[in-house]
Design a protein around this ligand. Structure first.
Ligand SMILES: [Zn+2]
Length: 411
C-alpha cells in the first residue's frame, strides 16, 4: 500500500492567506473609494476584528488613507472613509511598435506620471542599448519597493514567459530576446504579453465604473495585421501553448492571399489596415495612400475610397461572424484604425452579422471603439502588473485572481 504523506507549513499558509485577504480588501477599497470598515465587513463576510487588522496593515504599508466622514469634534466613534493612496507604488508599462519603444510610468490607478519614446532604429543592438539605458534609468531612480513591476507589450507571436518575440512581421523581428535585452539588474518583476491580449486587459481593468463586469469579450487591434485578445469567463484566453485566440489567422478562404504567417486566406489579409490600403490601390489604379488619407477620402465620398472601405467592412463583418459563433461575446471592442473608421463601417458590419449569425448570439452583443484607442496595449501593460498586485499573491508563483473570500482566523 502506498504511503501518502502530507507536508504542511502552517506559518507559510497563514502568511499567504493574510496577504490574499489584504489584497482582497485593498482591491475593494480601490474599486469603492471612500468605503467604510462596516461596508467591507458586509461585502467580504470577514469578521470585523479581521478588518481591523487588515486596515492597520494596509495603513502601515502606506497603501490606504483613512479619514473621518464627519469631522465635527465630540461626536465619538464615527464611520471613516478608506481610500487607496494611488502614489503609494509605481508601475512601468512599455510597448514596442514600428515607431520605437514607448515607456509610460503610472501610479496605482494607472494615471500617467511620465512618458518617453525611444525612436526605432535600424541597428537593433544600438536601439536596445538606448532602450535599456532609458528604462533602467527610470527603474533605478525609484526607491526600493516603490516599483511594482514592468509590463511589456510585444507585437506578434511571443513567448510570454521569457519575453522573446518569436515573429513580428511589422517590426521584422524574428527570435528577438527582448526580455533578456531590457533587464535592469534589479529584483523587479518583468511581465510580457502580446499587444492584442493587453488591449483586452486594458479594457477589462480600466473599465468605467458605470459599465463594470465585462467577462466575455474580444478586443481587436489592427496595426499591420489583425490581433485579437479574448477574455472568456473573465480570464484571458491563452490556450495550451499560449497561441490561443489568434483570430487574425483564422482561415477565411480556401484559396486566398498569402499571409505573413505562412498560411493562405487568413482574415487579417482582408480586414487589416494594410488590406484597406491594398483595396484602395485596386480601386484607384494603383494609387497608394495612407489609411488616414483613405478614410478622409471616404468621408468626402470619393467613390474609390468608399468601395475600398465597403470591401473592408464586409470582411470585418465576416470575421466578426466567426468571433460571435466561437465565443458568443458580450462585446467586441475595436481599436486602432477600426476605431477611427467605425462610424463608416459599423452599419455594414452589423448587416453581415445579422445575415449570418443567429439572433440569439447577437442579442447581448455590443460593438464599440476602444476608449484607449492606440494606447490600449500600453495601458494593458500597466494593467498586467496592477492586476497581479491587486488580485493575487505578490511574491512567487502563478496564483490566479482571488475569486472568493478567504477566511482569516484571528481568534
Ligand atoms: Zn495568417
Amino acid at each position: 500500500m502506498p504511503v501518502v504523506t502530507f507536508t504542511t507549513d502552517h506559518a507559510l499558509q497563514k502568511s499567504a492567506l493574510r496577504q490574499a485577504n489584504d489584497r482582497l480588501v485593498l482591491n475593494l477599497i480601490r474599486q469603492n473609494s471612500g468605503v467604510s470598515r462596516a461596508d467591507i465587513v458586509r461585502l467580504t463576510g470577514l469578521a470585523a476584528s479581521s478588518i481591523t487588522f487588515i486596515v492597520r496593515r494596509l495603513k502601515k504599508e502606506k497603501l490606504i488613507s483613512e479619514e473621518k466622514i464627519d469631522k465635527r469634534p465630540g461626536l465619538g466613534r464615527q464611520p471613516t472613509a478608506l481610500r487607496l493612496l494611488a502614489s503609494a507604488r509605481t508601475v512601468i508599462g512599455m510597448e514596442f511598435d514600428p515607431d520605437g519603444a514607448h515607456i509610460l510610468m503610472a501610479d496605482l490607478e494607472g494615471a500617467p506620471l511620465s512618458r518617453k519614446t525611444i525612436p526605432m532604429q535600424a541597428n537593433q543592438e544600438l536601439f536596445f542599448r538606448k532602450v535599456n539605458a532609458a528604462l533602467c534609468g527610470l527603474v533605478q531612480a525609484l526607491a526600493p519597493g516603490q516599483l511594482l513591476g514592468v509590463g511589456v507589450a510585444l507585437p506578434g507571436t511571443i513567448d510570454s514567459a521569457t519575453g522573446k518575440v518569436i515573429g513580428a512581421e511589422n517590426l521584422g523581428w524574428f527570435g528577438v530576446e527582448v526580455g533578456a535585452l531590457i533587464r535592469c539588474g534589479v529584483p523587479v518583476p518583468f511581465r510580457f504579453e502580446n499587444v492584442a491580449r493587453l488591449s483586452a486587459l486594458a479594457e477589462q481593468w480600466f473599465a468605467p465604473a458605470e459599465t463594470p463586469g465585462l467577462r466575455d469579450f474580444v478586443s481587436v487591434v489592427a496595426r499591420g495585421g489583425i490581433g485579437t485578445g479574448v477574455i472568456a469567463g473573465g480570464q484571458l484566453l491563452r490556450g495550451a501553448t499560449s497561441a490561443g485566440g489568434e483570430f487574425g489567422h483564422i482561415s477565411l478562404y480556401l484559396d486566398g492571399r498569402r499571409c505573413a504567417c505562412g498560411n493562405i486566406g487568413c482574415w487579417e489579409q482582408y480586414a487589416s489596415d494594410l488590406a484597406l490600403s491594398r483595396a484602395y490601390a485596386e480601386q484607384a489604379a494603383g494609387e497608394e495612400l495612407s489609411v488616414d488619407a483613405i478614410i478622409a477620402r471616404a468621408r468626402a465620398k470619393e467613390p474609390a475610397a468608399l468601395k475600398a472601405v465597403d470591401a473592408i467592412a464586409r470582411h470585418v463583418g465576416l470575421g466578426f461572424v466567426n468571433l460571435v459563433m466561437a465565443l458568443n461575446p458580450q462585446a467586441i471592442v475595436v481599436g486602432d484604425y477600426l476605431a477611427d473608421v467605425w462610424d463608416l463601417i459599423g452599419e455594414t458590419v452589423w448587416t453581415v452579422l445579422r445575415s449570418r449569425a443567429p439572433g440569439y448570439t447577437l442579442s447581448a452583443l455590443r460593438i464599440y471603439p476602444s476608449r484607449h484607442k492606440g494606447e490600449a496595449p500600453l495601458m494593458g501593460a500597466i494593467a498586467l502588473v496592477l492586476g497581479r498586485f491587486f488580485s493575487s499573491f505578490e511574491q512567487g508563483g502563478e496564483a490566479g485572481p482571488v475569486s472568493s473570500v478567504l477566511m482569516e482566523n484571528h481568534a
